[in-house]
Design a protein around this ligand. Structure first.
Ligand SMILES: [Zn+2]
Length: 256
């Protein structure tokens, strides 16, 4: 199994290449750098399931700091005041730094479904959702960066399960446990595919996707007006509600 350094340096090199390709293809430099950065960071995502050590700690601290910044454009769409944004950002930091990392420690098994193709797609969908920008091509570009980073991790893990022993190549026991569609644990499989379905539904209900494919307003369920001090007239609020409802049920699902 490849170590943290190998993973992160591979995904970083890939991220630089990805950003460079994007710039050549006309992506604005800062957006390309964000997508490249996402690719670099995503190289450590699958190892969030290892309870000990660097990946989990680093990734959580990093995510806690960066996720609120990504969400600023969403906060703006909601018309939050500056103070509310600071409050929301701070709460998200604490939630990720302590809540999410505790949950990961408790409920994940190393080389379980975090190392799988459906999980890679889930991470990519989160990459699509995290940035609230209106250009669907940039959203896809971000998602692509995440997917590339995670896949590089899975491929490296598989590569490291081939070893040279007594003059011939042989596969270690860990072979086939990274680039897989399903694992041995039935509940793990159900849970990862349920999350995949849920997030796919969230992505498809994003205004930017609906607009792009010329589909009418989102499902009625995403237009609830309860418990909101802000007026739910603009699409920003609808979008926010769909995201938060999905995020809450996603977290609930994770907790089970
Ligand atoms: Zn791994």
């Amino acid at each position: 199994m490849a170590d943290f350094k190998t993973h992160i340096s591979t995904s970083t090199v890939l991220g630089i290449g990805y950003a460079g390709t994007g710039i050549l293809a006309g992506v604005p430099i800062d957006s390309a750098m964000i997508a490249g950065g996402l690719c670099g960071v995503s190289g450590m995502l699958p190892d969030l399931d290892s309870d000990s050590g660097v990946p989990l700690r680093e990734a959580m601290a990093f995510a806690a700091a960066v996720v609120p910044m990504f969400l600023v454009s969403r906060f703006e769409q909601l018309g939050l005041s500056y103070e509310s944004m600071v409050l929301a950002g701070g709460s998200i930091y604490l939630l990720i730094r302590f809540g999410v990392s505790e949950m990961l420690k408790r409920y994940t098994v190393h080389r379980g479904m975090f190392h799988s193709i459906p999980a890679a797609i889930i991470f990519a969908e989160l990459g699509f959702l995290i940035c609230g920008c209106h250009d669907i091509r940039l959203r896809f570009f971000n998602a692509g960066g995440v997917l590339l980073g995670v896949l590089s991790h899975l491929a490296l893990d598989e590569l490291y399960s081939i070893e040279w022993a007594r003059g011939r190549l042989r596969l270690k026991k860990s072979a086939g446990t990274a680039l897989k569609f399903w694992g041995k644990d039935l509940w793990g499989n159900i849970s990862v595919y349920a999350k995949l379905l849920l997030l796919t539904a969230v992505v498809l209900s994003e205004p930017v996707v609906l607009d792009h494919y010329g589909i009418e307003a989102p499902v009625a369920g995403f237009r609830r007006h309860d418990a909101h001090e802000h007026e739910s007239t603009d699409s920003g609020t609808t979008e926010k509600e769909s995201i938060y409802e999905a995020a809450t049920s996603f977290l609930e699902e994770l907790r089970r």
